[in-house]
Design a protein around this ligand. Structure first.
Ligand SMILES: [Zn+2]
Length: 447
């Protein structure tokens, strides 16, 4: 096996990462301008990464509307995509950082900065892995296309735009998760159930779609009866001057069955007190079973496991009642049929199903050439033959492209600092990731 990643290639990669980290690129679309639909930060980072790719001699293109860019190298009948993103989440509480977040710093062999793990570091690692193969004197027999998104952390409008305007790639990787690789990501459906309003009670608890709510406040009518209902069901709550807060345990929606849903618990207690409110009866039937089995039966496949079903809001006022739901749908389950089944199941509670957002599943079988080659490259470089290809309820850009899996760039042993203060990635891990990328791309794209 060739070790493509020399000291000088690695040093150049770190120097380029420094350029990219120095451009804050969290979403600021309230200040969007022409050519910068998500604000000037993501656009500036797009320009910077294209400048880095241009320095490497790649053919670069920037979408005139500023949604995405790409950099091409090599040629051939098919196109191997490397799908990345240059937007990040904000720095958060800057006082929690040991170094300025928008400055690449290195301490004890560890690189610090917003985006070093997600996804600027992996992006640069993959760029220089390709460069290293060229430096070693090889030519590619496919076109390699880096696609740079600018809206991964919010709504993925960048790649929706790419898919509208550009030809699809033939196969590829998204280096925005973990090695060895993720070959199946469940379908992700976020929706509302909307029904009649109520003159009897008012509730307004809203959490984000993708989290199991850990608290649900109620300060409305028949508070004492609601408390009794909670006590009778042994549901924990705290009291304050203006009402009660039902307590739960928050986890990511993709792990909803492992959480305790405070909204569900409040709704079930309210249903005991207000039996005529349709939406509350829905919660009673659902009965906190976060695979949705009480509503939809056992929705399951061999490839990716069970459906997860998270409920993250309850709003009832005089005009309407409304809940928001997040479904992670097994990869081979028919989406339209499931939604039809759900629409019918909620009808008896006078609820209407309203679509909000859908991301189709990712599924590339483990016996495909792509998965086999990526796995073998990972195993041969890292020596790790224990880790298995993964399925995930989460979402990466891989699912926006055909025949594409999430591949790296974090090792199974790399601590996860994505979206956190002091986001960091050790140089040793970054260099090993580059080596894995280079080996895989060499096997897939060199004659
Ligand atoms: Zn990411």
């Amino acid at each position: 096996m060739i070790d493509f990643i020399s000291d000088s290639v690695f040093a150049s990669a770190v120097a380029s990462l420094k350029r990219l980290i120095a451009v804050p690129s969290f979403n600021s679309e309230d200040s969007a301008v022409d050519g910068a639909p998500f604000g000037v930060g993501p656009r500036a980072a797009l320009d910077e990464v294209l400048a880095i790719a241009d320095d490497l001699g790649f053919d670069c293109f920037c979408d005139p509307d500023g949604y995405y860019g790409y950099a091409d190298v090599g040629s051939g009948d098919s196109c191997f995509g490397i799908v990345c993103h240059v937007d990040t989440v904000p720095a958060g509480d800057v006082s929690a950082w040991d170094f300025p977040p928008f400055e690449l710093n290195c301490a004890d062999g560890v690189l610090y900065g917003r985006g070093v793990q997600d996804d600027k570091g992996p992006t640069v690692a993959a760029l220089f892995a390709v460069k290293a193969i060229l430096d070693a004197g090889f030519c590619f027999d496919r076109k390699i296309r880096f696609i740079f998104g600018t809206d991964e952390e919010i709504l993925w409008r960048c790649l929706a735009e790419y898919n509208k305007k550009e030809d699809p790639i033939d196969l590829g990787i998204a280096p925005d998760a973990e090695f060895p690789l993720i070959y199946a990501e469940k379908g992700l459906q976020q929706s509302y159930l909307v029904g009649a309003g109520s003159d009897e009670l008012m509730v307004d608890v809203v959490d984000s779609f993708n989290a199991v709510p850990s608290a649900a406040f109620y300060g409305g009518a028949r508070l004492d009866d609601v408390k009794k209902a909670l006590l009778a069901r042994d549901f924990a709550f705290s009291e304050s001057d203006d009402g009660i807060t039902v307590l739960g345990k928050s986890v990511h929606a993709m792990n909803a069955p492992e959480g305790i849903n405070a909204v569900s618990r409040l709704a079930i207690a309210l249903a005991d007190v207000f039996p005529n409110v349709g939406v509350l009866q829905f919660f009673k039937q659902f009965d906190q079973e976060a695979h949705g089995a009480n509503l939809l039966g056992n929705v399951f496949d061999e490839a990716s496991g069970q459906l997860t079903f998270n409920i993250s809001s309850l709003q009832i006022n005089a005009d309407e009642s409304r809940v928001q739901i997040d479904l992670r749908i097994p990869v081979t389950v028919d989406h339209d049929q499931l939604i039809q089944q759900l629409s019918q199941a909620v009808e008896k509670f006078d609820l209407k199903y309203v679509d909000f957002d859908y991301l189709k599943p990712l599924y590339v079988p483990t016996d495909s050439d792509l998965v086999k080659t990526l796995m073998a490259s990972y195993q041969d470089v890292s020596g790790d033959r224990e880790s298995k290809p993964q399925i995930s309820g989460g979402a990466t850009f891989a699912r926006t492209m055909p025949n594409t899996v999430a591949f790296g760039a974090m090792l199974p042993t790399t601590p996860d600092f994505m979206h956190q203060a002091n986001e960091r990635w050790s140089k040793a891990d970054m260099r090993l990731s580059m080596k894995i990328f280079a080996e895989a791309i060499y096997r897939l794209c060199v004659k």
